[in-house]
Design a binder for this molecule. Structure first.
Ligand code: ZN
Length: 188
C-alpha cells in the first residue's frame, strides 16, 4: 500500500485506514493473533503504581503472545517477525520501559496537534536502523522478545503522539484489535 495524501494526513482517523497484521511467520499463514486482553497486560488495564518515572500507568496496548493458523492450531511467537502495520517512517529507536529494544513508527505527517504512531516494545532484535528510515506496510521491523517465563511476546500499540508530547508519557492509544481485521476474537 502506498501512502496517499489523505492517508498521510494526521487528521485521518486510524479506523479509516487498512491496518495490516503486525505479525508474520515464515512457515504458516496467521489467521488470528493471540493477545492478552484481560488482566494486568490487557488493553487499558492499569492504574498500577509504576516504579518508573512516569508514575501511574495504564497498559495502553496489547501483548501479542501467539498466533492461530487457518486450521485453528495455536502457535507461540517463536520464529515470528513483527511487521509495520502501515506505511511510515521510523520515529524512534531505543529501549522501552522494560529496557528492551523498541521502535515507534510514524504513520502520518506531523500535524498541528498530533501524528499517528504505532509502537512495538519488548523486542529481541530490530531490523530498522535509524530514525527517518522509511518502512512499508508488512515490512519486518524486528523480532518478539521473551517474558521472564521464557514465553515469546511483544507489546504492540497504535495511537497518536501529541506534537509537543513526551515520548510515551503523552502518547494516547486506541485498541489495536478493533483495527486489525480478523484478530478480534483471539484473546486470552
Ligand atoms: Zn505490554
Amino acid at each position: 500500500m502506498t501512502v496517499s495524501r489523505a492517508d498521510w494526513d494526521s487528521s485521518v482517523p486510524w479506523k479509516r485506514l487498512e491496518v495490516g497484521l503486525p505479525l508474520q511467520h515464515e512457515r504458516g499463514e496467521i489467521a488470528r493473533i493471540v493477545a492478552h486482553r484481560r488482566g494486568t497486560f490487557g488493553w487499558q488495564y492499569g492504574d498500577w503504581v509504576s516504579k518508573r518515572p512516569f508514575g501511574r500507568q495504564f497498559h495502553k496496548g496489547v501483548d501479542l503472545v501467539g498466533w492461530i493458523d487457518p486450521k485453528g492450531k495455536e502457535h507461540s511467537l517463536k520464529g515470528t517477525l513483527c511487521l509495520a502495520a502501515f506505511d511510515g517512517l521510523v520515529d524512534y529507536i531505543g529501549d522501552d520501559e522494560d529496557e528492551q529494544p523498541s521502535v515507534v513508527l510514524r504513520h502520518s505527517s506531523i500535524g498541528k496537534m498530533r501524528y499517528r504512531i504505532s509502537f512495538f516494545g519488548d523486542l529481541s532484535e530490530l531490523f530498522v536502523k535509524k530514525a527517518g528510515q522509511r518502512v512499508k506496510q508488512g515490512q519486518p521491523i524486528g523480532r518478539p522478545g521473551r517474558a521472564p517465563n521464557g514465553r515469546h511476546f511483544t507489546h504492540f500499540s497504535i495511537g497518536y503522539r501529541p506534537v509537543e508530547g513526551v515520548l510515551r508519557k503523552d502518547d494516547y492509544f486506541v485498541d489495536p484489535f478493533s483495527l486489525i481485521p480478523g484478530a478480534k476474537s483471539a484473546i486470552r
